[in-house]
Write a protein that binds this ligand. Structure first.
Ligand SMILES: Cc1ncc(COP(=O)(O)O)c(C=O)c1O
Length: 349
């Protein structure tokens, strides 16, 4: 498949903005209307008065190495949410094209499509929350430019079968986005290393979950160089700020710590799942490959409200297709989990 054919014509024709730091990063820099006298604050000697590197080469290279791919396979965004938005803008013509989501799934795909005036065509997952290739085929139209898969899926918590994702890549002339935000809590293997052989596959990752860095806002795409080149073409020139880049580089030295924390979260997930399953009004705790649990219980909205009144905040997902009476509960620390469990035991929904 020629993915160039999927790019919006105006994006192909676009002459991108050239910022000062695209051309020069050293010398007597009087080209960007920065403050030549320095910053209002001191930050470990970093020149915060300068705009950051628009190509973000150092950080992209580190992430590329992590995934066994090249620099030109990696694109950085202000969280994966920014990457989702930019991908839609590269491929979907507003008011004309559509994208497919596999419901129930992460709500931001629909919102980002809505902001861009792109129609959303949902195809339901199976009752086991796996990809229903038949349903996807029925929902695929000539205007469908992208398919969003989330694996492990939020909020159903399970990994999607890799073979099904690759079937979508093979069967459909569309970009298949696989959002792997939670993969570090699973036994699953990233699809990131396949992007050079499967040109319509885009893998999304984030530092917001296992890396515990939701506050610095860093997500990224691993994809074919052609897809990356168009994302680079349309991104805001300085989207990743200097502090985020710096802290991300520092965090990437801490892989072992991240692995250990993920292992602890998985242990807590098992503890929490067992305890919740013993509560009489809990109908089912679904298997989880993530740092949260999907829990079906009698009168979920009443449980949700009673917990909220006691200061314990979970997410009510009951209005999503196939998720009637389901709450999504993030795995907390042992103390937080025990407080939740004890509180839930006291409730009378
Ligand atoms: C599946 C999924 N993708 C992406 C995100 C957003 O990630 P980021 O913080 O990198 O924007 C979330 C956040 O909850 C998520 O659940």
């Amino acid at each position: 498949m020629n993915i160039e054919d999927l790019i919006r014509p105006n994006i192909k024709a676009l002459k991108p903005y050239r910022a000062a730091r695209h051309d020069f990063v050293s010398g007597v820099l009087l080209d960007a209307n920065e403050n030549s006298f320095g910053s209002a604050i001191d930050f470990n000697g970093i020149e915060l008065n300068r705009y950051p590197d628009p190509y973000q080469k150092q950080l992209r290279l580190r992430l590329a190495t992590l995934h066994g791919v090249e620099l030109d396979n990696v694109f950085l965004g202000v969280g994966s949410d920014e990457v989702i938005d930019l991908l839609i803008r590269v491929f979907c013509e507003p008011a004309l094209d559509s994208l497919m989501i596999l419901d129930p799934t992460y709500g931001m795909y629909r919102v980002a499509a809505g902001i861009n005036n792109v129609r959303v065509i949902p195809a339901l997952l199976t009752d086991e929350f796996q990809i229903d290739v038949g349903a996807a085929t029925s929902s695929f139209y000539p205007t469908t430019k992208m398919i969003f898969c989330c694996s492990p899926n939020n909020p159903t918590a399970n990994l999607l079968r890799r073979t099904d994702v690759l079937t979508l890549c093979r069967n459909f002339p569309a970009i298949v986005v696989v959002d792997e935000a939670y993969i570090d809590f699973s036994e699953g293997e990233s699809l990131g290393s396949m992007v050079n052989s499967v040109s319509n596959l885009v893998v999304l990752r984030t530092l917001s979950k296992a890396w515990g860095l939701a506050g610095i806002r860093l997500g990224y795409a691993v994809a074919h160089p052609l897809v990356i080149s168009y994302l680079l073409k349309i991104k805001p020139p300085y989207n990743i700020n200097a502090l985020t880049s710096l802290e991300a580089m520092r965090a990437l030295n801490e892989r072992e710590r991240v692995r250990q924390t993920a292992a602890k979260i998985i242990d807590e997930r098992i503890h929490l799942a067992e305890a919740l399953a013993s509560i009489p009004y809990v109908i089912r705790v679904f298997p989880s490959d993530t740092n949260f649990l999907l829990v079906r219980c009698r009168h979920a909205s009443s449980v949700f409200e009673q917990l909220t009144r006691r200061g314990i905040i979970v997410r009510d997902r009951s209005s999503e297709p196939k998720l009637e009476d389901c709450l999504r509960i993030t795995v907390g620390t042992r103390a937080q989990n025990d407080l939740l469990i004890n509180t839930m035991k006291e409730l009378k929904p």
